[in-house]
Design a protein around this ligand. Structure first.
Ligand code: GLP
Length: 242
């Protein structure tokens, strides 16, 4: 793992956006694995800025998002599909039909997991997978206990994760869905390159366990130690316990 500590969250997000831009310039047809969350909003804003000011083009790339809440329609204010459209896809030159987010409204979510996994494989596989980090060490919505060879599937969210994401639902825990569909850890590890971004003091313990601890299914992000090409960009607060 290659770890680059930046001073604050804004610098970490910009460094992440620049790394993604460099890979996209080297391979305009890159298959990008994308993530959501507050950390990623800053990364996406950085990418939008690079598109607007530096001519970064997404016209030939395709994308697969990590996860989606079960039971939220794509235009729900908290659906990851809607967030991705408003924060990134609608603001750059990517073709919406080349962007993929699991369908949390699919009548058969198990079948949707298999379909999503097959469409990643059909795309040639993910070239660069971008990840945020849960306070409990989750990546995507792979909660503690997820097998390192897991694939896209339906998961039950832990109370810790629902509480972490509760501010995005107006502070109302009962509004945070109980289930989600997520790429598995095995799906993530199949990407050719991985970029993990973690900012803020609330991520420090999880990041230290992910990087310095033993590989442990109770810390899903520790699976990244197995990956041959993984960059971690924390800010100083998130790196405090490394
Ligand atoms: C959600 C997403 C994760 C993301 C995490 C971090 O749980 N499913 O993929 O890593 O949020 O969120 P934040 O950046 O808001 O701390």
């Amino acid at each position: 793992m290659h770890v680059t500590v930046l001073a604050d969250a804004a610098e970490a997000a910009q460094a992440a956006a620049l790394l993604i831009a460099a890979r996209l310039r080297a391979d305009p047809a890159l298959v990008l694995g994308l993530a959501t969350g507050r950390t990623m909003q800053a990364v996406h804003a950085g990418l939008v800025g690079l598109h607007r000011d530096k001519g970064l083009s997404f016209a030939r790339c395709r994308s697969f998002n990590l996860d989606e809440y079960a039971g939220l329609p794509p235009d729900d204010a908290n659906a990851y599909r809607r967030t991705m459209n408003s924060d990134l896809f609608d603001l750059v030159d990517i073709r919406l039909s080349d962007t993929h987010v699991p369908d949390g409204m699919a009548p058969d979510l198990d079948a949707e997991g298999r379909r999503y996994e097959a469409s990643i494989v059909a795309s040639g596989g993910i070239g660069l997978q971008v990840l945020g980090l849960g306070e409990n060490g989750h990546i995507g919505f792979n909660e503690p206990g997820s097998a390192f060879d897991s694939r896209t599937r339906v998961v039950t969210l832990t109370m810790a994760t629902r509480s972490q994401n509760r501010p995005l639902f107006g502070g109302r825990l009962e509004r945070v869905p109980r289930r989600a569909i997520t790429m598995g850890i095995g799906t993530i590890l199949a990407a050719r390159e991985i970029l993990l971004v973690a900012t803020g003091a609330s991520k420090a313990e999880a990041l230290a366990r992910a990087i310095n601890g033993p590989g442990d299914v109770q810390v899903p992000a520790s699976a990244l130690q197995r990956h041959p090409c993984c960059t971690v960009i924390p800010d100083a607060e998130a790196a405090a316990s490394l």
